[in-house]
Design a protein around this ligand. Structure first.
Ligand code: NAP
Length: 229
């Protein structure tokens, strides 16, 4: 199935389906990568407070000259880290991300269902992530966050969230986007949205191999949220 250009979010927002990933991109390297990506036609940048590059992402966006006030032009995702869960910390996290990026945020995610330095089995995880969600709802109502959502939540975390959410998470329509990450100009440009048609399609064997990663091996290649209460 061809990748759509955008994925619809509640409230009429459209998230560009290809976004530049910025995990482990820091300092000038991050700023350069974002600048090259925007020049190559990317309009979605995925950052997070824990990536420690929001200031460089914001500066690169301003330097690009792409008008932020035309809401459809750019889409910035950031995330509240596991160290920032709970009312006070999440409030400070949103304020800091907004200040560092220097603009409103199109999609703010709770990065992880757990809380740093809290035992994975502790009920404090659920209580604190509930407080975090309330904070995100408040910032969305104030217009500083255009959509809010979660990442790395298991189904049971989502079901719990839906019981108390006054604003439902934004990316529940589960359209599938991709976040290629590179700090190398050639690699960034190779998979730019405008060059998607040149990329060709995965073979049926390639697709099956990808499906097998999840369906047969049942392994996680990064953090595993299954133990988080
Ligand atoms: N919400 C979450 O919890 C979460 C979790 C994981 C990822 N993400 C987001 O998704 C993005 C992508 O994550 P990921 O895990 O797929 O990638 P990743 O591990 O963050 O980075 C991709 C790696 O592949 C390399 N690379 C890029 N293009 C390549 C190419 N053409 N040939 C060979 N190597 C290449 C990059 O190196 P160079 O930079 O040197 O090119 C980098 O080391 C992240 O950056 C982040 O924004 C979010």
């Amino acid at each position: 199935m061809p990748l759509p250009a955008t994925i619809p979010l509640p409230g009429g927002l459209a998230m560009p389906a290809i976004g530049l990933g910025t995990f482990r991109s820091r300092g000038q390297e991050a700023a350069d990568a974002v600048g090259w990506a925007l020049a190559a036609g990317y309009r979605h940048i995925d950052t997070a407070s824990i990536y420690k590059n929001e200031e460089e992402v914001g500066a690169a966006i301003r330097a690009s000259g792409i008008p932020r006030e035309q809401a459809s032009q750019l889409f910035i995702t950031s995330k509240v880290s596991p160290y920032q869960q709970g009312t006070e910390a999440a409030t400070a996290a949103c304020e800091a991300s907004l200040r560092l990026l220097g603009t409103y945020i199109d999609l703010m995610l709770v990065h992880w269902p757990g809380v740093a330095k809290v035992d994975a089995a502790s009920p404090d995880n659920a209580a604190l992530r509930r407080q975090t969600w309330r904070v995100l709802e408040q910032f969305q109502r104030q217009g500083q966050l255009r959509a809010i959502g979660v990442s790395n939540y298991e189904l049971r975390h989502l079901e719990e969230l839906l019981q108390y959410a006054e604003i439902k998470p934004g990316v529940l329509l589960r359209g599938c986007g991709v976040l290629p990450k590179s700090v190398q100009r050639q690699r960034i440009e190779e998979v730019a949205p405008s060059r998607l048609a040149e990329c060709g399609e995965l073979s049926p064997e390639g697709l099956a191999a990808l499906d097998a990663l999840e369906e047969q091996q049942q392994c996680k290649y990064c953090w595993d949220p299954s133990a988080i209460a």
